[in-house]
Design a protein around this ligand. Structure first.
Ligand SMILES: NC(=O)c1ccc[n+]([C@@H]2O[C@H](COP(=O)([O-])OP(=O)(O)OC[C@H]3O[C@@H](n4cnc5c(N)ncnc54)[C@H](O)[C@@H]3O)[C@@H](O)[C@H]2O)c1
Ligand SMILES: [Zn+2]
Length: 354
């Protein structure tokens, strides 16, 4: 088992190890006195792992109340959020109780936001079950739901009291959902760890998962601890996301997030090469690594559509968008760009590689 400490305002630990799910009760009892645990999962995850976790929590002395909601991003809404709050109310959750989010990023974001706002904030624990949630969304305290006007527009910063990752649960994950998580893992490699990138470049064996998740979490934890509220260095985690989000938007959110981020990283590398920041070899290595992990390296949207979609990025600050651009595999920098330059940059992102 591995433990990674996250030194945010209220610190916590991420525990990573095969078979930990069956010991979730013991783990949670180490974080809080066993009272009521309100456990929320989507229907798929609930059917696969709900009983096992409930049993373990009960065994450790928790009184468990349980709720499930329909899986998928379409549930990350104010309606489901209200349903989760109603469930907390029925379960009579008080500030001394604990909320448990069991599932992927949708569950963590939705349930974390409900925990952040119920009684002005109750404690919550994350048990991520997708690779994306393990390496990314369960750490760092961003919670929220989508609005008709856009993704993640309503939310709060609310750190969990602990995160439990059991890589064994990834064995039931569909291949393309696993690949989404690989895109974020490759992102950390490009950002600041060439050795991690090289390890991921040919695909990943199940026995490497624990080490790789641990390394990704350590990178995210270090960046978030330095910039918990996302005003500076944390923006580095947006590598591939500025144009990635634009691609998601252009696809009507039909393209999964990790797939769009994969393409967004290729686009960022092309822009960086055009500015003379990195060489063509960097683009080629990135594309090969993404392909080896079942991820796309291109999408079909014209420059104008991409630039238009990027304009509505919620991270835009006045007339400026900050791009994360690679200088090499393992080294990136932040580049504020005036929005008037977006059409040029989008055109450059689409230029075929030589
Ligand atoms: N808070 C953050 O910092 C942050 C960071 C990145 C992404 N996100 C958010 O995360 C969400 C995407 O997360 P996701 O990709 O985990 O999506 P998800 O939670 O919808 O999970 C994807 C699918 O996999 C299924 N699933 C989950 N675990 C499984 C398992 N072990 N076996 C079989 N099926 C399983 C789910 O039922 C779902 O259908 C987006 O809403 C995104 O905005 C948040
Ligand atoms: Zn992402």
């Amino acid at each position: 088992m591995k433990t990674v400490a996250v030194h945010t305002g209220i610190p916590y630990e991420v525990s990573i190890g095969r078979g930990l799910l069956g010991r979730a009760g013991e783990w949670l009892a180490g974080l809080t006195a066993p009272r009521v645990a309100a456990m929320v999962a989507d229907d798929t995850v609930d059917a696969l792992y709900g009983d096992q976790v409930q049993q373990s929590l009960r065994g450790a002395g928790f009184r468990v109340s349980r709720m499930r909601f329909a899986h998928g991003e379409a549930s990350k809404t104010l309606e489901t959020y209200a349903a989760v709050l109603a469930f907390f109310s029925e379960s009579q959750i008080t500030r001394s109780d604990i909320v448990v989010a069991l599932g992927g990023g949708v569950t963590g974001d939705l349930v974390g936001f409900a925990a952040a706002t119920w009684l002005r904030g109750v404690r919550f624990a994350q048990i991520p079950t997708t690779l994306l949630a393990m390496v990314d969304s369960s750490v760092g305290g961003k919670t929220g739901v989508d609005l008709p006007a856009g993704k993640n527009l309503a939310g709060a910063f609310h750190q969990p009291v602990g995160v439990l990752c059991d890589p064994d649960v990834l064995s039931t994950l569909p291949g393309d959902v696993f690949a989404d998580g690989m895109a974020e893992a490759i992102k950390y490699g490009v950002l600041c760890d060439e050795a991690l990138f090289n390890r991921l470049a040919g695909g990943l064996r199940p026995e490497e998962l624990e080490t790789v998740i641990g390394r990704c979490v350590a990178i995210k934890a270090e960046i978030c601890a330095e910039d918990e509220r996302d005003t500076g260095r944390r923006q580095l985690l947006n590598l591939g996301h500025t144009l990635g989000h634009a691609i998601e938007r252009c696809s009507g959110y039909g393209m999964p997030h990790g797939h769009a981020v994969a393409v967004g990283m290729v686009y960022a590398a092309r822009i960086a090469a055009d500015l003379g920041l990195c060489d063509a070899g960097c683009i080629a290595r990135l594309k090969a690594a993404l392909r080896a992990n079942g991820l796309p390296t291109d999408a079909d949207y014209p420059a104008q559509a991409l630039a238009g979609a990027a304009l509505s990025d919620k991270k835009r600050s006045g007339g400026t968008l900050t791009f994360v651009l690679p200088r090499a595999i393992g080294r990136c920098e932040l580049r504020p760009v005036p929005v008037e330059r977006l059409p040029d940059l989008a055109a450059c992102a689409l230029r075929p590689d030589v």
